[in-house]
Design a protein around this ligand. Structure first.
Ligand SMILES: [Zn+2]
Length: 208
């Protein structure tokens, strides 16, 4: 089992390689590794990321087959199936690190801001279910001075949404709370910059 701290270090190193345009040999898919993994998997971290095509989790962390247990959904929101997936990985594979990975200019966050400013009547119920999950973390920002500064409003909203998802996971179930209390499970929030490729772990990271 890899501890949360060690897993975090692995992700940071991998992201540094990605930014430097270096790819480790281990992250390149191979037939040998694929065959090796038929015996079982031991992913060292769980990542809840956004579905955005520009933020493929394994690539931005330079990881390979079998390394990460990845959940992706527009806006990296937390619904019961996401909580269940985190529980599953933690119990089945003893992953001790959970990362909520949002990103700059997230379309789901921007769509939510847009919906709050100019509500559309005919939005599909399914799409609305995503907007409704993002809404609580961003609507408070719309009544602050940030509303006059769209880039800052989007930036703060993305971060607020990541924090909310991480918090939701931390308290999402009795099982996860127990894993945090007794088994060293750590839930952190991080933001990927579309521009620089850098992942900033800004929420819930323990001090060294
Ligand atoms: Zn997104």
């Amino acid at each position: 089992m890899i501890s949360a701290r060690d897993a975090l270090a692995l992700l940071r190193d991998g992201n540094s390689r990605f930014v430097a345009e270096i790819r480790s040999q281990d992250s390149v898919p191979s037939r040998a590794r694929r065959v090796e993994l038929t015996a079982g998997q031991e992913p060292f971290a769980t990542v809840l990321g956004c579905s955005d095509s520009r933020v493929p989790v394994e690539i931005v962390f330079d990881q390979g087959l079998g390394d990460l247990f990845v959940i992706r959904v527009a806006g990296n929101i937390v619904a019961p199936s996401q909580v269940g997936s985190v529980e599953f990985a933690a119990e089945q594979y003893a992953t001790r690190l959970v990362v909520v990975l949002g990103h700059s200019d997230c379309g789901a966050v921007m769509a939510t801001l847009e919906q709050l400013k100019r509500p559309k009547e005919n939005q599909s119920r399914n799409l609305r279910s995503i907007v409704d999950m993002v809404r609580p973390s961003v609507e408070g920002l719309l009544v602050t001075d940030l509303r006059h500064d769209l880039p800052s409003l989007i930036r703060e909203s993305v971060r607020a949404n990541i924090r909310a998802s991480a918090n939701h996971l931390r308290h999402g179930s009795e099982i996860i709370e127990q894993l945090i209390r007794n088994q060293g499970l750590l839930v952190v929030g991080a933001e990927y910059s579309l521009k620089t490729g850098i992942v900033d772990f800004f929420d819930g990271v323990p001090e060294d």
